[in-house]
Design a binder for this molecule. Structure first.
Ligand SMILES: Nc1ncnc2c1ncn2[C@@H]1O[C@H](COP(=O)(O)OP(=O)(O)O)[C@@H](O)[C@H]1O
Ligand SMILES: [Mg+2]
Length: 261
């Protein structure tokens, strides 16, 4: 789909190539990737394991530098990590175990701006309420379920007023029912707060459920195969969901299918 080039997009990834130095040689993890993200998009990066999804997120997070190409947010080049981009990692153990849910969120707020502990805790309470965890404010991470810990991590991102939330397969290790619930909660949260989401997954179902746009990546080294818009409102009927799922698998496995046919 062609988009007008009049004003720059909110986030732009341009001709991004990333190489890792391993042993004596360079491993190309992703090659010449370009895509644009508009404010309040829910962009999903979809591809098989090892295609470079985490690498792209880490580069947007500012944790690794592009070998070629650029990433710009609001027209400014991303050079290092910042509070404007928050990352929710694959692992659940991203909270400080010796701090309660409330203290985990308050601690991040205090790290991002000059504010008293009491003020930070009051603010943290508001965000814990947004993710429906007000009753667990004083619980410690080991007393919370995986899904609840994930919600604390999201509350922390929202509290930091991050413009972009980057999520790296956050629900991959959950059982199917919890996963579905977390997806629904994430969509509800997005409806309430309209953050910009970049979500990484290898699940076609999850991509269709969560994305307003899906960028499909080829296997290692990752390149963009195709990008499609998703209109969730047209998924009132299962056949439409199944049809899109079929279309996406055909695109993702095009090469293999050509080979088989
Ligand atoms: N720190 C690293 N050093 C060397 N190679 C890496 C490193 N991180 C990832 N890779 C390699 O880069 C490729 C892409 O990895 P990754 O971004 O983790 O893929 P995905 O998240 O899609 O599974 C893989 O071949 C992986 O082995
Ligand atoms: Mg990964």
């Amino acid at each position: 789909m062609l988009k007008s080039n009049r004003s720059p997009s909110f986030l732009e990834v341009k001709n991004l190539t990333l190489q890792y130095k391993t042993g004596g040689y360079l491993l190309t993890a992703i090659h010449d990737i370009s895509f644009k993200v508009e404010k309040s998009d829910r962009l999903v990066l979809l591809g098989s394991s090892g295609c470079g999804k985490s690498t792209i997120l880490k580069a947007i997070g500012g944790f690794i530098k592009p070998s070629h190409g650029s990433i710009t947010l609001n027209g400014k080049e991303v050079k290092k990590p910042g509070f404007d981009r928050a990352v929710v990692f694959q692992e659940f153990d991203q909270l400080l175990p010796w701090k309660s849910a409330l203290e985990n969120v308050a601690f991040a707020i205090q790290a991002s701006k000059k504010i008293s502990k009491k003020e930070a805790e009051e603010e943290a309470e508001v965000f814990l309420k947004k993710v429906n965890l007000q009753k667990f404010a004083n619980s410690y991470p080991h007393e919370l379920s995986g899904g609840m810990k994930q919600r604390v991590a999201i509350a922390r991102c929202l509290a930091l007023k991050s413009k972009v939330i980057l999520m790296d397969e956050p629900f991959a290790s959950l059982d199917a029912l919890t996963r579905q619930k977390m997806q629904e909660e994430l969509l509800e949260l997005w409806t309430d707060t309209q953050f910009t989401l970049i979500f990484v997954t290898h699940s076609i179902d999850e991509a269709i459920t969560l994305g307003t746009r899906i960028v499909m990546l080829s296997p290692h080294p990752g390149e963009v195969i195709e990008e499609i818009d998703v209109d969730l409102s047209s998924f009132d009927y299962y056949p439409e969901f199944a049809e899109l799922k079929e279309r996406i698998s055909r695109i993702l496995f095009r090469d293999q299918l050509d080979y088989v046919i």
